[in-house]
Design a protein around this ligand. Structure first.
Ligand SMILES: [Zn+2]
Ligand SMILES: [Zn+2]
Length: 132
């Protein structure tokens, strides 16, 4: 699957907590197929509430990307935690695109059961220092 930002750049597949994620070495963006964010966050009521708090953001001027699966324009989703993060989500529910650092921001927003485990794995994998 090619990176939706770099276009003809194939992403590599990494396994994180038994979830396969697609990672672009060039822009450091991450693609999660539908349902994989839920798997990473764990299935607590907090997760469900958190995911339900995502709202679409039509007024942002941020450049939209195309879904790497259906090639249709994705919509911007605003996630509000201790900071605001805009992610790209396929309208046809193929998955979610995170620009570099956005997945870490989102994982860091909530007191999730497996947050530390997932963050540590992710940062190990991407060779970054853990930011809390
Ligand atoms: Zn890329
Ligand atoms: Zn799609």
């Amino acid at each position: 699957m090619d990176c939706p930002v770099c276009k003809n750049e194939p992403m590599i597949v990494l396994e994180l907590n038994e979830v396969e994620i697609d990672y672009c070495l060039s822009c450091k963006g991450i693609w999660l197929d539908a349902g994989e964010l839920e798997l990473l966050l764990g299935s607590s009521t907090e997760t469900v509430e958190f995911l339900n708090s995502f709202t679409s953001d039509d007024i942002t001027k941020e450049k939209t990307h195309k879904c790497p699966i259906c090639n249709k324009k994705m919509e911007k989703i605003l996630v509000i935690g201790n900071r605001k993060v805009r992610i790209d989500k396929c309208k046809y529910n193929h998955g979610i695109w995170f620009d570099s650092g956005e997945l870490e921001d989102i994982l860091g927003m909530r007191k999730l059961d497996n947050k530390n485990k997932v963050l540590t794995l992710l940062n190990d994998m991407l060779g970054k220092k853990i930011k809390e």
